[in-house]
Design a protein around this ligand. Structure first.
Ligand SMILES: NC(=O)C1=CN([C@@H]2O[C@H](COP(=O)(O)OP(=O)(O)OC[C@H]3O[C@@H](n4cnc5c(N)ncnc54)[C@H](O)[C@@H]3O)[C@@H](O)[C@H]2O)C=CC1
Ligand SMILES: N[C@@H](CC=O)C(=O)O
Ligand code: NA
Length: 434
């Protein structure tokens, strides 16, 4: 059996990079046998040569000069698992311009500067593949790009950040503190180098932008995504949600609307109350799940490990094999053309809402608050009251209402003399009206 050597330049050897090296070692012979390619990790760029790392690498393979790896004539294909914008951007562009396919796990780069990267790949006629960048080990990008290429996708809803899902699971189920749960997620290799990216929803927004671009064929960048993170959530919100039959999840939602003036796209990331019987409520710890709603295919669900070295390395390796086979056959996967997007702002979107507030426990207070909701056309579906001495905590769940109407309602309610505090406001997703 003859095999074609494919020499890989690996940029970054952290959680994903080290897991990738180990996976290639484990799977090498089987891949050679099945695909007739001999995957060789020829050079590995690291930031710190002397740092202990999870894999044993020959000193001759290691370098701290990532540019030299990209330009090395002995490198056929580049894997970028450094993360962040620079130097990842210029390394990726240099590799593509040199005619080398790039496999990237870098959602931040692709969601902010994807157009530049895809154009460079198109001009050079080489692959840019990034299955690992969205929902880790779950095959999602390839199904969207290939299997669903002809589908009219209307909506994608999912849990796409493993760290925050892990934190929320640990807080809700084990009553672990936010800080402790986040430290565990970091220790397990789920979190970004700066976990603010996870906690504040930036990572999920980047993934949502990539999903929306591919699902709807339009250019959506991270800045187009409405974003709220989980940092403001309290243990009280999670237990109140549980009492009402909901689970709190950080969701990414991309929707496409047809209007007489053309299509509009709305993309958002925010914590949401999901009914406990909804399939997304059962997605725990670092698992991710993504629902895709298509006009012809109906509903699809993708589920699996969205973060962690091994699952992510699996996605990287799948792309490496694809690109290596393309390389040996002189081909490249074509990216579809992305047209300009018209973004529908969050203010115009409809949702059900969970709102909690503290108000004076005296006759008429509730009627006053309810009146303000009515004046703004926001109709209340359910309400719970819990007395607290001179105060009462009220929890409302609304029927579907437009965001701008809810925000005006909240502004007016905050001004009421009987209202001491408006607490958490969470959208409800997966209920009767959403
Ligand atoms: N950890 C996970 O579960 C997942 C991570 N990703 C993405 O994969 C990428 C890597 O993530 P991790 O491995 O978790 O991060 P990490 O922080 O563990 O690894 C990145 C490595 O790159 C090294 N590095 C930084 N600058 C460098 C340079 N100029 N040259 C060479 N090496 C350099 C760092 O020293 C570090 O070892 C990121 O884009 C991340 O968003 C994607 C999916 C899942
Ligand atoms: N930090 C990310 C890693 C995978 O993309 C996450 O927690 O999902
Ligand atoms: Na994936």
């Amino acid at each position: 059996m003859t095999t074609t050597p494919v020499r890989i330049g690996l940029l970054g050897c952290g959680n994903v990079g080290a897991a990738f090296v180990q996976l290639v070692e484990r799977r090498h012979d089987e891949i050679a046998n099945r695909h007739q390619i001999d995957l060789q990790i020829t050079r590995v760029a690291v930031r710190n040569l002397s740092r202990e790392r999870a894999v044993d690498l020959d000193e001759a393979v290691l370098t701290h000069d990532a540019d030299a790896v990209v330009h090395d004539p002995d490198i056929d294909l580049v894997v970028e698992v450094i993360g962040g914008i620079e130097p990842a951007r210029h390394l990726t562009l240099s590799a593509l311009k040199a005619g080398k396919p790039v496999i990237s796990a870098n959602k931040e780069l692709l969601a902010n500067l994807g157009a530049e990267i895809y154009e460079a790949a198109g001009d050079a006629g080489v692959d840019i593949l990034f299955e690992a960048a969205v929902a880790g080990g779950i095959p999602l990008i390839r199904p969207l790009r290939e299997s669903l290429a002809g589908e009219d996708i209307r909506r994608v809803v999912g849990i796409v950040n493993g760290t925050t899902n892990y934190v929320l699971s640990r807080m809700a189920e084990e009553h672990v503190s936010f800080g402790e749960a986040l430290a565990e997620a970091q220790e397990l290799g789920y979190a970004e180098r700066d976990p603010t990216a996870d906690v504040e929803g930036f990572d999920a927004s980047a993934k949502a932008a990539i999903i929306a671009s591919i699902a709807f064929g339009v250019q959506v960048v991270a800045g187009d995504v409405y974003r709220e993170g989980i940092a403001e959530l309290t243990p009280g919100d999670l237990s109140f949600a549980a009492r009402l039959g909901y689970v709190v999840k950080l969701l990414a939602i991309a929707e496409r609307f047809d209007t007489p003036d053309g299509a509009e796209v709305a993309v958002r990331v925010h914590p949401a109350m999901v009914p406990e019987h909804h399939p997304l409520a059962a997605v725990r710890e670092s698992f991710n799940a993504v629902f895709v709603e298509g006009a012809a295919v109906g509903d699809l669900m993708f589920y699996g490990r969205g973060a962690g070295g091994d699952p992510t390395a699996s996605a990287v390796l799948g792309d490496v094999i694809d690109a290596a086979l393309n390389l040996t056959n002189g081909r490249a996967s074509r990216l579809s053309r992305l047209s300009e997007a018209t973004i529908r702002p969050i203010d115009d979107l409809r949702s059900e809402y969970y709102i909690n507030m503290d108000l004076a426990d005296r006759p008429g207070a509730l009627a006053t608050v309810a009146g303000v909701f009515g004046d703004h056309g926001v109709s209340i579906r359910a309400m719970e009251q819990e007395g607290m001495g001179a105060e009462a905590r009220l929890v409302f769940i609304t029927h579907g209402a437009v965001e701008s109407a809810v925000q005006s309602t909240l502004a007016a309610v905050r001004d009421l003399e009987v209202v001491d505090r408006v607490g958490s406001v969470l959208r409800v997703v997966g209920g009767d009206d959403s």
